[in-house]
Design a protein around this ligand. Structure first.
Ligand SMILES: Nc1ncnc2c1ncn2[C@@H]1O[C@H](COP(=O)(O)OP(=O)(O)OP(=O)(O)O)[C@@H](O)[C@H]1O
Ligand SMILES: [Mg+2]
Length: 401
């Protein structure tokens, strides 16, 4: 396989894309893993903090029952202004809480109690509560208390932080990519259009001079009719090529044309130039009056490119079948099928890129131009409908009529 080395900038981009993608996946994974480690550490620390409350509470309760443990607990817990915690008796009745703004808002003690009991249930499902054993100085146990708690807001935020961060980066990346892609497309457009305009312009001068010479021949050498006729054909062909370039270089006019008729003409022109071992058949469904809005000089270029590729793929021997169908939804579908060597799976995605060719003398511009003409100038679609190694290929064009 050969790719013209001078214009393969578009294809060589593909590898670079994968490298960028791989690096971003590694960075993302790293960020998530690192934050998870942080979350684990903070979680441990929060647990230790609550454990400390529990131990202090136990100690105070055991050492001196005269002390108002709630007062002390409040003082200790005061230091904690992040971890939501509820102290409850052994029957699950809340006695004291901290860092629950939802409960602070409720004025009615009954409502508040219900709220706290709900919280207890949800905290219990997240983390096991810490049990505090209350005993007197003789070490006689006289009760239990439970400390329910959950992750601090900080910890929760940290847990979701990498995902939020990565989403923002992803959105930013997508926007950058879109802008980059847009400017690259705009640049390509300028090159195509500029080059085509310039070519049409440069061909114009010798062409009109040639036309004048043909007229001169016709008038002064009326006997050399054959020479004159052949020359005239070539001049016509040249002016058709000029017309194509000039159409590509400007906004082309689309006109409702009989697609079948037009393709027939192009095929007749080509048939004379390709091997007689290639047979061509054109069918139009439901009849040969299928109309679509096309620019004839550009559309002829498309059909020519596709048929030439088909002939190349069959190495000069085989069968080309063109089927034109007008569907109920007014769409016109044109299938061009050959019995050539087919396109390999890995190449199917590449063939429309400028510069991609598997031929010794190919520029790899035929299909790029074809796609441009169909999509940009006719607002249609073109794609490989099917292809099989050694059996053949079908290209499909879809036009709106
Ligand atoms: N009908 C087909 N069957 C098999 N392969 C095809 C067919 N049409 C195109 N290809 C493959 O797609 C490649 C690109 O086609 P394209 O027309 O863009 O360039 P090319 O024919 O190689 O060169 P150029 O048209 O510029 O002279 C071809 O080289 C060929 O490998
Ligand atoms: Mg080609």
């Amino acid at each position: 396989m050969k790719e013209s080395s001078d214009i393969n900038v578009y294809t060589s981009n593909a590898g670079f894309k994968w490298v960028v993608l791989a690096i971003s996946v590694i960075i993302s994974a790293g960020s998530v893993i690192y934050t998870n480690i942080l979350v684990k550490q903070i979680r441990e620390r929060e647990k230790k903090q609550i454990d400390l409350y529990a131990k202090t509470l136990e100690y105070l309760a055991n050492e001196n029952d005269a002390v108002n443990i709630f007062l002390i607990l409040e003082n200790i817990i005061q230091a904690n202004n992040t971890i939501p915690v509820i102290l409850a008796d052994q029957n699950g009745n809340p006695e004291f809480y901290k860092n629950l703004p939802g409960a602070d808002k409720l004025e009615d003690p009954k409502e508040r109690k219900l709220f706290l009991m709900d919280e207890i249930a949800s905290m219990k499902s997240e983390r096991e509560p810490i049990m505090v054993t209350l005993s007197d100085q003789e070490k006689r146990i006289y009760g239990y208390k439970y400390i329910y708690y959950r992750n601090s807001l900080l910890l929760t935020q940290l847990k979701y932080y990498p995902y939020v961060q990565l989403s923002i980066i992803a959105i930013f990346g997508l926007i950058t990519f879109a802008v980059f892609n847009y400017s690259r497309t705009a640049e390509q457009n300028r090159v195509w259009v500029g080059l085509a305009k310039e070519t049409a312009h440069q061909l114009g001068t010798p062409l009109s001079s040639l036309m004048a010479w043909v007229e001169y021949l016709k008038m002064n050498y009326p006997d050399d009719k054959e020479v004159y006729n052949e020359l005239n054909k070539d001049v016509d062909r040249l002016s058709m090529i000029t017309e194509r370039f000039s159409s590509i270089g400007s906004v082309p006019q689309l006109k409702e044309e009989n697609v079948y008729q037009h393709i027939r003409e192009v095929a007749t022109y080509l048939e004379r130039r390709i091997s007689s071992k290639v047979t061509m058949e054109i069918e139009s469904i439901p009849n040969d009056q299928v109309y679509a809005a096309i620019n004839t000089s550009l559309f002829a270029w498309v059909i020519e490119n596709l048929i030439k590729n088909a002939v190349d793929a069959m190495e000069g021997k085989g069968y080309i079948y063109v089927r034109i169908i007008k569907a109920k939804d007014q769409q016109v579908t044109i299938d061009i099928t050959d019995t050539g060597k087919g396109i390999s799976k890995s190449n199917v995605g590449q063939i429309f890129k400028p510069g991609f060719s598997t031929k010794k003398r190919g520029w790899g511009l035929g299909l790029a131009l074809t796609k441009r003409i169909i999509e940009n100038y006719h607002n249609g679609r073109i794609f490989v409908k099917s292809t099989e190694a050694g059996k053949g290929t079908t290209f499909r064009i879809v036009l709106k009529s």
